[in-house]
Design a protein around this ligand. Sequence first.
Ligand SMILES: [Zn+2]
Length: 134
Amino acid sequence: MICYECGHVINKDFAKFCDHCGASQEIKSKKANAKKEMAVKIEDEIDQATNLFLLWNASIAAAFVFYIIHVGTDNYSLLFLLVLLMLVLSWMLLLTKLHDLSVRQHQTARQFMLTNFVAPIIGTFYSFIKLTQK
Ligand SMILES: [Zn+2]
């Protein structure tokens, strides 16, 4: 194995300390693992946010369609309300997920609130694009 600190080649495979500089090898490997896990976690969160974003988009489209049907036929109001409820729910879930991502990217809560609630739908689109880009 190779020392995390100085790059010295250590003969033993699972040495706890480097025999060149004395740096502990356990802490560093834990840190490296934690970093890797963190990166995987963020990828997962971005994936989840993307799924919610697509669901939310579908709900907007469906709500729009059912609204037109509802206005045109003066019927199906229950279906329209159901789709509207789904839109609100998926929006709430998406905002929660985006908020997690914004915390990770050190965006302040105020910035997040401003983008999402001053211009609700456009702000959410903007937040999603901004927070999920790599
Ligand atoms: Zn070393």
